[in-house]
Design a protein around this ligand. Structure first.
Ligand SMILES: [Zn+2]
Length: 187
């Protein structure tokens, strides 16, 4: 039963590399999320992507996108957060009016509003490789040096654990294996 849901689900997702956003090709909700019917219930596609990959979503948890792409079903771009995370995330990304006002007042934009998680991960990986200064990274990404420091030290990104949570390697391996089973085309 679950296997057939998985097959049906992943056949409606344009999968790609693990870094890419995997866009939903099926039905959409009026506010731009993917939607699929499971046992006659309409379920949001990104929530199902999370459940099929990592297991049940605890009651009261919000399922958020680190990439800010509502149609994205890449399980690695989806993380669990509290209502507070969800609001904080929205504010940080400037989607809410209050967020936009706060951003205007602050003068300096929140780095989270400028960089997506993939860029952050790439920046960290690049820095870890060595041979590049934080000043140079700041110049390349168009943010301040203190923001680069915060990102490298992971201070500014604590509310978005989707890329750097402790079990990431395990989850990645599990995700690859499962996707190969239900959807052999995935690289
Ligand atoms: Zn994405």
């Amino acid at each position: 039963m679950k296997n057939s849901i998985e097959k049906r689900f992943w056949s409606k997702v344009k999968t790609g590399r693990l870094d890419d956003c995997w866009l939903w090709k099926g039905a959409k909700t009026s506010n731009g999320y993917g939607s699929i019917h499971v046992e006659r219930h309409a379920v949001r596609a990104h929530r199902l992507a999370f459940e099929l990959t990592f297991g049940a979503i605890p009651v009261g948890s919000f399922v958020c996108h680190s990439c800010d792409v509502r149609l994205c079903c890449n399980p690695l771009h989806i993380f669990l957060g509290s209502a507070k995370d969800n609001t904080r995330d929205m504010v940080a990304k400037g989607r809410s009016l209050r967020g936009r006002m706060m951003e205007k007042r602050r003068g300096e934009r929140n780095p989270r509003a400028k960089l997506n998680q993939i860029q952050v991960e790439k920046m960290r990986a690049r820095f870890a490789k060595g041979g590049i200064t934080k000043t140079e990274l700041a110049r390349r990404y168009g943010i301040s040096e203190s923001q680069v420091r915060g990102i490298i030290n992971q201070k500014n990104w604590k509310v978005i654990p989707a890329i750097w949570w402790p079990g990431r390697a395990l989850a990645l391996a599990r995700l690859r294996k499962r996707l190969h089973q239900v959807f052999p085309g995935v690289k």
